[in-house]
Ligand binder design. Structure first.
Ligand code: HEM
Length: 148
């Protein structure tokens, strides 16, 4: 059977992207890229990520309200990238619509986010064919992410 908890097929996108280490590399680079982008002047990632960053660092000297939130996000991204590529972990986070509702992500923000993803795939030496397959799976979720 093909459930996401089975052993990945030998020709799966998951294994062609380097399996666990490959997917974790892409996810970790993506988190680092978004983090760096929020620090640049006129950052397009900052608006949507501000609530998360505030919860992690605390506001005006107050204690953080949710210090492990970034780790949770990172692990959910790893699980999601694993599940959509045919890997052995199920995704147990929120649906893409629920996770991005009330964020009102714009097309311009999505475009920047995708550029940061392209950069992560490139830095992890993901093949041209695999990159095209992976980003098609990602772009199929765009409608659930943008404009809600
Ligand atoms: C198709 C593209 C995207 C995918 C596949 C995706 C994936 C995810 C996943 C898996 C989560 C974690 C959900 C959870 O923990 O339950 C998440 C959360 C989040 N995403 Fe996205 N995302 C996408 C696009 C974007 C864009 C374009 C932005 C902003 C410009 C964005 C901002 C966020 C933020 C701020 C969180 C919530 C973090 C938190 O509050 O803990 N995402 N996303």
């Amino acid at each position: 059977c093909n459930s996401s908890t089975d052993t990945p097929a030998p020709d799966s996108l998951y294994l062609r992207m380097g399996g666990k280490a490959g997917i974790e590399g892409v996810a970790d680079q993506m988190v680092a890229n978004v983090g760096a982008e929020t620090g640049t002047p006129n950052s397009l990632m900052l608006r949507s990520h501000k609530p998360m960053l505030d919860a992690i660092t605390g506001v005006n000297g107050a204690a953080p309200t949710d210090p492990t939130r970034l780790t949770r996000l990172r692990n959910n991204v790893v699980d999601q990238f694993t599940a959509i590529t045919g890997g052995p972990l199920p995704y147990t986070g929120q649906t893409m619509l629920a996770a991005h509702t009330n964020m009102k992500v714009t097309d311009a923000e999505y475009k920047v986010w995708r550029e940061l993803l392209d950069n992560s795939l490139q830095k992890n030496n993901i093949g041209v064919k695999e990159k095209a397959e992976f980003t098609a799976l990602i772009d199929a979720m765009k409608a659930d992410v943008v404009g809600h």
